[in-house]
Design a protein around this ligand. Structure first.
Ligand SMILES: [Fe+2]
Length: 186
């Protein structure tokens, strides 16, 4: 099961766990209610024939997909790339990632400005909604291989915070105030 916890505010290495003391975990259902982030478990070894994934792709129109590896070897200027991924930002579209190998952290803001840390491992598929402030970090293993999905032609542009005047942000905040109930039914 995916692990989610409230982060501390320590300025130490972003790749550490950053648990609060004592650790404070969050259930998956509460993550959705607070942030709209969705989670699915996929068979990473046979993802091409995974039923949950193919249904998800068909239902939500994820027509594009590719693969990306983040590691010291694969990414030139690794230290600076890590910092860029870790800069708080949002996108105009969903960020969809299926973890094929390795591990990492997606951090998302909740409705009270807390950072929630989502630990992702092989087989986890996570959907970060459009308009949510978030960031990504590798962990101490320094390796992750993921598949990315997108509706139509991909746009990977990150808009750093503050981006409160963007339509996608306004729409996100509205759904958040409704705990994503209506959004889910649509
Ligand atoms: Fe992002």
């Amino acid at each position: 099961m995916v692990k989610i916890w409230f982060m501390d505010n320590e300025e130490t290495d972003q790749r550490l766990e950053h648990h609060r003391n004592p650790p404070q975990y969050l259930e998956l259902a509460d993550l959705y209610r607070k942030t709209g982030v969705e989670y699915f478990k996929i068979n990473a070894d046979e993802y091409q024939s995974d039923k949950i994934l193919s249904e998800l792709r068909a239902k939500r129109g994820y027509t594009y997909d590719d693969e990306i590896t983040c590691s010291e070897k694969c990414l030139p200027d690794y230290a600076n790339k890590l910092k860029a991924f870790f800069t708080e930002h949002l996108h105009t579209d969903e960020e969809i990632r299926l973890i094929l190998e390795g591990t990492g952290y997606f951090d998302v803001r909740d409705d009270e400005e807390n950072w929630l840390r989502i630990e992702v491992i092989k087989g986890d598929l996570i959907i970060i909604p459009a308009g949510i402030y978030h960031r990504f970090s590798l962990d101490m293993n320094n390796f992750i291989r993921t598949r990315r999905y997108f509706v139509g032609e991909p746009v990977w542009t990150a808009h750093n915070r503050p981006a409160d005047e963007m339509d996608c942000r306004k729409s996100y905040v509205k759904h958040q105030s409704e705990h994503f109930v209506q959004f889910n039914k649509a």
